[in-house]
Design a protein around this ligand. Structure first.
Ligand SMILES: Nc1ncnc2c1ncn2[C@@H]1O[C@H](COP(=O)(O)OP(=O)(O)OP(=O)(O)O)[C@@H](O)[C@H]1O
Length: 264
């Protein structure tokens, strides 16, 4: 083992040379990065830069044309997720990952009760003790600052901010090792966003979560991300620590992105 290998911890996720096209459009071109346990990586860029496509490819929802997405699974260690048999990949996604969508209706069953939504990952992992699952669900309701009196309500009757809290609880209750978030506070009122962001920051820190976060909002990136990956027309044009990228952007596109936010 060389000296670097001793210092450098093993990555949780390793993306290598990932490319995805739609006809003539190159949505992501030759993207590579490592994500380590407990690290929050923000993927930023303007609309159409390829953020969502990259997120979909690395979260196993869309197979890239080229490249590899390797995840350190509990059972097999660092494994190309697209080489896994489909049922194994789905199980890994269910048991080891979370995915928080921008629109709660994409991540929740709106007509099931909120408690059923939150408890479902526990049941998927073999939980059968109703009382214990109910208690854990209630604990998570409190953790995301939802009133346990609403446990048996349907998310479709909740406010947007409450729905996002249900989605977050559902995606954390089973102790995932990696959580993907796609504009998790997009579409919410600014005041609701602020508290939700604080809550998410607390949870990420307390649980030591590894997160891949897609956002076009630099304030969200500043608050949550340790490191940023700036995308422009499918290319990663800059990566670095969040403060470095936002306070001293090197690439002209990152400079434009940051200055356009500061002008608002
Ligand atoms: N299913 C698809 N079919 C065809 N083209 C697509 C598809 N999905 C994405 N694209 C194209 O790929 C490029 C990247 O889109 P993508 O949605 O990944 O960007 P984005 O940065 O997430 O944008 P936004 O912030 O608006 O969601 C765009 O040119 C888009 O039109």
């Amino acid at each position: 083992m060389n000296a670097l290998a001793k210092i450098e911890p093993a990555p949780l996720l390793r993306v290598t040379g990932l490319t995805k096209t739609f006809g003539n459009v190159v949505a992501c071109r030759n993207v590579s990065f490592d994500l380590h346990p407990g690290e929050v990586l923000g993927i930023v860029g303007e609309s159409g830069s390829g953020k969502t496509t990259l997120l979909n490819c690395i979260s196993g929802r869309m197979r890239p044309e080229q490249g590899e997405v390797a995840f350190a699974t509990r059972r097999l260690g660092l494994t190309d997720i697209y080489e896994l048999p489909e049922p194994d990949r789905r199980r890994m996604q269910r048991e080891e990952w979370g995915f928080v969508h921008q629109n709660a209706r994409d991540g929740l069953r709106m007509r099931a009760t909120a408690s059923a939504n939150v408890a479902e990952p526990l049941m998927n992992m073999g939980g059968r003790h109703y009382g214990k699952m109910r208690a854990e669900t209630e604990r998570w309701f409190n953790r995301v600052e939802l009133d346990p009196a609403r446990l048996d309500g349907q998310p479709r009757l909740f406010s947007g901010g409450m729905q996002q809290r249900v989605q977050i609880a559902r995606n954390l209750i089973h102790h995932p090792r990696l959580v993907f978030m796609d504009e998790p506070t997009g579409g919410l009122d600014v005041s609701v966003q602020a508290r939700l962001l604080d809550l998410m920051r607390e949870l990420v820190r307390d649980l030591g979560l590894a997160v891949v976060l897609v956002t076009h909002d630099m304030a969200v990136a500043r608050l949550l991300a340790d490191r940023l990956l700036v995308m422009k027309q499918g290319d990663v044009v800059e990566t670095g620590l969040t403060d470095q990228v936002l306070d001293d952007p090197q690439h002209p596109y990152s400079q434009l992105l940051v200055s356009s936010v500061l002008q608002i």
